[in-house]
Design a protein around this ligand. Structure first.
Ligand code: BDR
Ligand code: CA
Length: 325
């Protein structure tokens, strides 16, 4: 872990690794105290996201419990993203099998107990919100016990539909529970902040060829593994977009971590955001109220709008270097 960091926040990661989730784990381990990792079905099925979280724990020598959570969305059918992350969820690197088993299959209970036992920690979800939404349903006190939620998801445009981003689209009902929990008009709510690292900001943070080479130039097996992962991730992204639309894969998930550990890298605006659960063409959309009308609803969400991508990637390199053995 990087030393000399004042006030390392305590973070509970909820993720579906996934290339960018893997980088989020590395960033969290470097810049925060990771009190646990919970896995959720998302990019790939739950057995695979859990396997990948355990692999990443080994790779960086992180001593934190890994619990698996929900194996399918609350209502929506299970839908994955192998076309982005490969069949394994971490295609592009030869990664050894985990050396240790999962610490529990009770991810939702683990979230509830950990948030109650240790108030003031940050929940950082980087996958579908099934675990967090379920935990909030079972334990409505949680939003007021945590320091906040910093999630990757949503935005003013989509990637799984014209308007829906994958994490929200994969489980809109769970996402709606989470966004509603931070709505000041919800009785009993005095929680926050809810920070949304949506596509507007994560598409500013791309794994460009020079950034891949900077990663590859670092010593150690973590850097080599991540460079291979970046090659694969960028390959699937570029193959799926118009030529010239992107310079590399959008490295979404670590921004939800950096928004907590390095908030000065971001600009944001406070907005009222709701999740569309039932629209024929809009299910999974985060509806961001941009009106300047005085009668608009009070904000429930800090929407990240810009990131200093150079500085953010420099931090990712620092984090990788920290675990280079
Ligand atoms: C999100 O979807 C997943 O494919 C990524 O891991 C990220 O969390 C981006 O839409
Ligand atoms: Ca993810």
């Amino acid at each position: 872990m990087l030393t000399g960091m004042p006030d390392r926040p305590r973070i509970l990661l909820d993720c579906d690794p996934g290339h960018d989730d893997a980088v989020a784990i590395v960033a969290a381990a470097a810049f925060a105290d990771v009190v646990g990792i919970v896995t959720v079905a998302g990019n790939v099925p739950l057995d695979r996201t859990t396997h990948n979280a355990l692999v990443m724990r080994d790779l960086i020598g992180l001593r934190t419990p890994v619990h698996s959570g929900c194996g399918r969305p609350l209502v929506a059918p299970p839908r994955h993203a192998g076309f982005i992350h490969g069949e394994s969820g971490l295609d592009g690197a030869q990664l050894p099998d985990p050396t240790t088993p999962v610490d529990g299959t009770d991810g939702v209970e683990f979230i509830i107990e950990t948030c109650r036992a240790s108030e003031g920690l940050w929940l950082v979800p980087t996958g579908p919100l099934t675990n967090i939404g379920t935990a909030f349903r079972l334990a409505p006190d949680l939003p007021t016990r945590v320091a906040g939620v910093s999630l990757m998801g949503g935005g003013s445009f989509g990637n799984r539909s014209a308007v829906a981003e994958f994490n929200i689209w994969a489980d809109p009902e769970a996402a709606a529970i989470v966004f509603d929990a931070f709505d000041p008009s919800t009785p009993g709510t005095s929680a926050g902040p809810l920070i949304m690292a949506g596509l507007d900001v994560t598409h500013q943070f791309q794994v460009t060829p020079d950034r891949i080479e900077m990663t590859r130039a670092l010593p150690g097996r973590l850097a080599a593994a991540l460079a291979g992962l970046f090659d694969f991730f960028t390959g699937t992204y570029l193959a799926r977009h118009d030529e010239g639309a992107l310079a590399g894969a959008a490295l979404h998930d670590p921004l939800a971590v950096l928004a907590v550990t390095h908030p000065h890298l971001f600009e944001s605006t406070d907005r009222h955001v709701v999740v569309e659960t039932s629209g024929e063409h809009t299910a999974g959309m985060t509806v961001i109220d941009e009106r300047r009308l005085l009668e608009r609803s009070e904000a429930n969400c800090r929407v990240l709008t810009t990131v200093d991508a150079e500085a953010a990637f420099a931090l990712i390199l620092d984090a990788v270097a920290e675990f280079s053995v």
